[in-house]
Design a protein around this ligand. Structure first.
Ligand SMILES: [Zn+2]
Length: 164
């Protein structure tokens, strides 16, 4: 099995921001990194779940809605994936995400939180979701990062390679 691309990024020096992790067949995967992995607490599952409902709702109603393929959380709970078609840059995604988070902060409830519309409808936490959103919004505005550092992988023969 080959090491997949997202495991070749050095997570120990990764800062919150927005990164392009892959471009394949016209689809761009944006990594919306909300917390610093392993150096800050990850987003709590209930807050991340609420953020997923809110961000997916916003993106699928936004000016970019026709190009939105997928919005969903990372398994490590430190960020959100947004997959787009079309030609979107990190700066485009930064503007969209800022607009999205401003909307999230104004919401009084999480959409689609009934047993019929959600697979775990009690696992939601809007106040904590908005706390994370406020901090991420501040970081996107004032301390933005978008360059991944490739992981230096040592091979058994002593050679080193960096797969980007
Ligand atoms: Zn749900």
């Amino acid at each position: 099995m080959e090491v997949i691309q997202s495991f070749t990024i050095d997570h120990t020096c990764l800062n919150p921001g927005i990164y392009v992790s892959r471009i394949d067949k016209g689809f761009t995967t944006f990594d919306l990194r909300i917390t610093a992995p392993n150096r800050e607490p990850a987003v709590a599952p209930a807050a991340m779940h609420s953020l997923e409902h809110l961000m997916a709702t916003w993106f699928r109603n936004s000016s970019a809605k026709d190009d939105v393929v997928y919005v969903g959380p990372m398994g490590c709970m430190t960020g959100m994936y947004v997959i787009m078609t079309g030609n979107y840059t990190v700066e485009d995604m930064r503007s969209l995400t800022i607009e999205c988070l401003e909307w999230v902060l104004k919401q009084k409830e999480v959409p689609a939180t009934t047993p019929a519309t959600c697979g775990n409808y009690l696992l939601h936490d809007l106040p904590m979701c908005q706390w994370e959103s406020r901090r991420y919004l501040d970081r996107l505005r004032n301390d933005f990062h978008s360059e991944y550092t490739p992981l230096q992988v040592s091979l058994p023969d002593g050679k080193v390679f960096a797969d980007a």
